[in-house]
Write a protein that binds this ligand. Structure first.
Ligand code: SF4
Length: 212
């Protein structure tokens, strides 16, 4: 198990807007991180991505693969788990986030930790997006279980169930909250965000014809 270097980040958020009714999922946060304009096209203009079918096929495959992980007890034991909740739906009006956590683990030091199974190989890029998802789960768990959450785990199924441990820092939490606020600034205020910095993402983007 490898520990991860924390994000270097200066916090800018103050507090969440109280004018909120909608909730978003960790997947929507990841899409926003891929390109902020996805949030605008999907949530403000209500234009879905034309990838639903492909997405459903991938999702179905991912769910199947997740169920096929056989040595879960071994994985849990290795990371100091003494108790667990599986497939936990958690929502928070305060955070404006809802989602299903694969596993909420109680560790032998009395803290809780999310364990997320990913049908993916480990690499630095996916790790950063999964890390944000893990922080979101941690915030949801802290609020709903009212217990400390200091770290989380990601299991990479396609890398022989490699486990990555994430120690959450204040900066990780601030950054994640800022991203949530940024998303709701777009959704609630109709703010049109800048394009992604990485133009190669635009090449086969489903929004490229309307994205100016
Ligand atoms: S075309 Fe590029 S900037 Fe526009 S939504 Fe797609 S990825 Fe983002």
């Amino acid at each position: 198990m490898d520990a991860i270097t924390p994000i270097t980040y200066t916090c800018t958020y103050t507090d969440f807007d109280t004018d909120m009714t909608a909730m978003i999922t960790p997947s929507e946060v990841v899409e926003h991180l891929y390109c902020p304009r996805f949030t605008y096209f999907m949530n403000c203009l209500d234009i879905p991505q034309h990838e639903e079918l492909r997405y459903k096929v991938l999702k179905g495959r991912e769910l199947h693969e997740k169920r096929e992980v056989e040595n879960r007890e071994y994985i849990r034991k290795k990371i100091g788990c003494v108790n667990k909740d599986v497939s936990v739906y958690i929502a928070s009006r305060n955070l404006r986030i809802r989602g299903i956590v694969d596993e909420v683990l109680e560790l032998n030091d009395g803290t809780l930790a999310p364990l997320d199974y990913k049908f993916a190989e480990y690499n630095d890029f996916t790790f950063e997006t999964y890390k944000i998802q893990s922080v979101l789960y941690a915030l949801l768990i802290m609020e709903n279980y009212n217990k400390p959450v200091k770290k989380g785990f990601i299991c990479y199924i396609k890398s022989s169930n490699k486990i990555k441990e994430i120690i959450y820092s204040e900066q990780d939490i601030c950054y994640t909250k800022d991203v949530i606020n940024e998303i709701f600034n777009i959704i609630l205020k109709g703010y049109y965000p800048k394009k992604t910095k990485y133009q190669n993402k635009c090449i086969d983007c489903c929004y490229r014809n309307i994205c100016v």
